[in-house]
Design a protein around this ligand. Structure first.
Ligand code: NAG
Ligand code: NAG
Length: 214
């Protein structure tokens, strides 16, 4: 039983070290940095939650004494949690796996920064750093593991269509595919009414014509 446990720990350490080798060298990520759009925030958080699966101290180690840097995002609660000894207080701010991991095993892992894989996610697909995708009328670049999107207002906004169709306005809106991907500004410029008349046309005067019958 104990041997099995040890093997588990060793294999976990190997995976851990391997993962760090893979991901650590290029990175210095601030997990609290602002994402530009809400869905990317959700996607990013969900992705990180999927990585951690409740493993916090287990993912980056335990710390002796008080170490305010021994902290990670507690994604389930949208808060921070600690893996240092100091977190064991009356108002514990320990990570959920602090007791089981930091106390359960004598060989503590050295504390390292949490890691995230390179690149960005979108609809479950992985994109390399620097990838550019189009999202409706905005383009988004994967930079520092976040999508940074331009912030144009689009001519077709799904949220607005939704809003109109949920309300009782006596009419419904729909997605006009031909306008998808255009900005509101382009709509104003190219799709509204007619072009202004030319100066020559504007400078014309009216002509009065009298007709005489003979
Ligand atoms: C994004 O989230 C913030 C805070 O949760 C909210 O105030 C804002 O309206 C959201 N924006 C969109 C476009 O949903
Ligand atoms: C609207 O139409 C475009 C083009 O056909 C499509 O790509 C987009 O997903 C549609 N959006 C919604 C919210 O249905």
């Amino acid at each position: 039983m104990w041997i099995g446990y040890k093997i588990l720990i060793v294999s976990h350490l190997i995976t851990e070290i391997w993962a760090e080798k893979q991901y650590l060298p290029q990175r210095e990520v601030d997990p609290g940095a602002d994402f530009t759009r809400n869905h990317t925030v959700l996607e990013g958080t969900r992705f990180k939650r999927a990585i951690y699966k409740g493993q916090y101290c287990r993912s980056f180690g335990c710390c002796e004494d008080r170490d305010d840097g021994c902290v990670t995002q507690f994604y389930e609660m949208n808060a921070l949690c600690y893996c240092d000894k100091f977190c064991e207080r009356e108002n514990s701010d320990c990570c959920p796996d602090y007791k089981s991991f930091c106390h359960g095993e004598k060989e503590w892992l050295p504390h390292t920064k949490p890691w995230y894989p390179e690149g960005c996610l979108r609809d479950g697909q992985h994109y390399e750093e620097g990838s550019v995708i189009k999202e409706n009328c905005n383009s988004c670049t994967c930079s520092g593991q976040q999508w940074k999107c331009s912030q144009h207002v689009c001519l077709v906004e799904p949220e607005l269509i939704d809003h109109v169709n949920k309300g009782d306005y006596g009419w419904t809106a729909q997605n006009y595919s031909q306008f998808w991907g255009m900005t509101l500004e382009e709509g104003f410029k190219y799709r509204l009414g007619t072009l202004p008349p030319s100066p020559m046309l504007l400078s014309m005067n009216e002509v009065t014509v009298s007709v005489f019958s003979v």
